[in-house]
Ligand binder design. Sequence first.
Ligand SMILES: [Zn+2]
Length: 338
Amino acid sequence: MNWISNYVRPKINSLFSRREVPENLWTKCPECGTMLFHRELADNLNVCTSCDHHMGITPRARFAALFDGGIFTEVKVPEPLIDPLQFRDQKKYPDRMRAAQKATGEKEAMLVAEGEIARTPMVVAAQDFSFMAGSMGMYVGNAIIAAAQRAVEMKRPLVLFSAAGGARMQEGILSLMQMPRTTVAVQMLKEAGLPYVVVLTHPTTGGVTASYAMLGDVQIAEPNALICFAGPRVIEQTIRETLPEGFQRAEYLLDHGMLDRVTHRKKLREELVTVLRLLMRQPPAVAGDLPAPRPEAAASAPAAPAEPVAGPAPAPEKGAPAPEKAAPKAAAKPAAKP
Ligand SMILES: [Zn+2]
């Protein structure tokens, strides 16, 4: 990290990637119906100020609120083949892609970044539900592999925020192939003795829950997130029975041993740092390191730097042994090698 990557690059990025002010300045909370002013909502990390409902958040806004000073460096993801099946439903696949790129300002459904959170170096990948429902295609597979490779190369832990409707059907079997590919990527981290922490956000469904989203050493979820393979409606139609309240929601899964934690978005930063420092055998973060970058950092999409981070960060200890599994559920995890 130097002055150019810490300060100049994010500044330039923020100048060029600044998005226009949204036309609708008010957002209605889908849970309680309160009208929320967009700035107030963004300052609160897209969590309803009235009922604490966690709405979707873009990877860029999340990173801006997560990394020290809102500063992070994107990890390059190798480009996959474009539209290998020449797929077409009502629209051609490339047209859908272009529309999604225009709407989100992102290239694809996953963003990978590296940086420091409370002076703890890590690689973070986040899935973008607003980009074609965060669907897992070849790009997302490449992104996870790139993230894992970078983490192993730098001896850093990997944190992954999942949000997906499942596999990208426009890529057919090639999207399903991302399940074993990403599983092998996670195995690479485990073999290197590096922690892999998953934060499941609303909703994480389909093939994503059948692969990398369920392989974390520690599984954290945001409150009330829907986490499932087949959704409740599909199950209800199949078994013709009413499902219990809160079925497949984060709290329900926590009660039934599928998760380790359900954590409020505002507490996530602190919790991730605590967990990762513990697993990397680093001393706990000093109180001064923990406060979030800047409340406004999350307000808009661009990663606007507050000030360059000064001072070296404690490097992860070399050859740290593999962390102990967090829960007995690890035994139920599928074998990684195909
Ligand atoms: Zn609400």
